[in-house]
Write a protein that binds this ligand. Structure first.
Ligand code: NAD
Length: 260
């Protein structure tokens, strides 16, 4: 019960990696906030958790909207009084080469990954600084926070950007015992990745099997996907770490893809 008494907001927690992190935190004793733009799925997830005896709250939050983020965090504070942990995880993917990428898709990607991280961080920091209970902010980066791949310019740009944001938040937050870290997973089989497989196959003119073997898992040292459980374990480490020794860092969870 390493998170007993803590309140954790996880954005994009109605699906995939965010859902696994929220469950891991709930199992560790946290009150978890399933913050997602898809309220129906967020409510389904919160109910599943509640049915298993965990404390969970569904909150509608489009992380690109300043108003929605503000309202969502206010709802958390009015329900649980505090926020101790933020996992900025909500994300999408767009597959396109740079020469064919629309400005609209570029802006949409930066809005979700970067504006979303900034807005949720700013709103949570206001309370974390006032509360005097410290805090942990965790950004969902990617191997693409360190490496580039074809067809993912805005994603790679945004995921690199999160490392910069994390370092500043770590430096500014330390006097309030607020830590900030980034998790950098390789490919994880979630709806986000399942959608990409046929898209990449079409754009690259190869089979779906080859997208998995020759694109997604090519750089790993064992040809394996990372799991949502692997990522959730790292999130728990960052969330529950006892001192300020672990801040401003980015951790790969990538089957050896990109060793630092
Ligand atoms: P997913 O599609 O399973 O889940 C994403 C969730 O985010 C969904 O519930 C969706 O409704 C929500 N969301 C999307 N836009 C939103 C917005 N504007 N506001 C609030 N919620 C929004 O995807 P996933 O694979 O679990 O991805 C989660 C995060 O992990 C993303 O940031 C992604 O970039 C990152 N990531 C994924 C992988 C992977 O291989 N799956 C690898 C590295 C990093």
């Amino acid at each position: 019960m390493r998170l007993q008494g803590k309140v954790a907001i996880v954005t994009g927690a109605a699906s995939g990696i965010g859902k696994a992190i929220a469950l891991k935190f709930a199992q560790a004793g946290a009150k978890v906030v399933i913050a997602d733009r898809d309220m129906k799925d967020a409510q389904i997830t919160a109910k599943l958790f509640a049915d298993d005896g965990f404390e969970a709250l569904a909150v509608e939050m489009d992380v690109t909207s300043e108003e929605a983020v503000k309202k969502g965090v206010e709802k958390v504070i009015s329900t649980y009084d505090y926020v101790d942990i933020l996992v900025s995880n909500a994300g999408i993917q767009v597959i396109s080469s740079v020469d064919e990428l629309s400005l609209q898709d570029w802006k949409k990607m930066l809005a979700i990954h970067l504006d979303g991280a900034f807005l949720t961080t700013r709103e949570c920091l206001k309370y974390m600084y006032k509360q005097g209970r410290g805090g942990s902010i965790i950004y969902m980066g990617s191997v693409h926070s360190k490496e580039a791949s074809l067809l993912k310019a805005p994603y790679v740009t945004a995921k690199h950007g999160l490392i910069g944001l994390c370092k500043v938040v770590a430096k500014e937050g330390i006097k309030h015992n607020v830590r900030a870290n980034v998790i950098c997973p390789s490919f994880v089989r979630t709806p986000l990745v399942d959608k990409q497989i046929p898209e990449q196959a079409k754009t690259l003119g190869i089979s779906e099997e080859d997208v998995i073997k020759k694109v997604m898992l090519k750089e790993t040292i064992d040809g394996e996907f990372t799991t949502t459980e692997d990522v959730a374990d790292i999130a728990l480490l960052f969330a529950s770490f006892d001192s300020n020794a672990l801040t401003g860092q980015s951790m790969m969870v990538s089957h050896g893809w990109f060793m630092q």
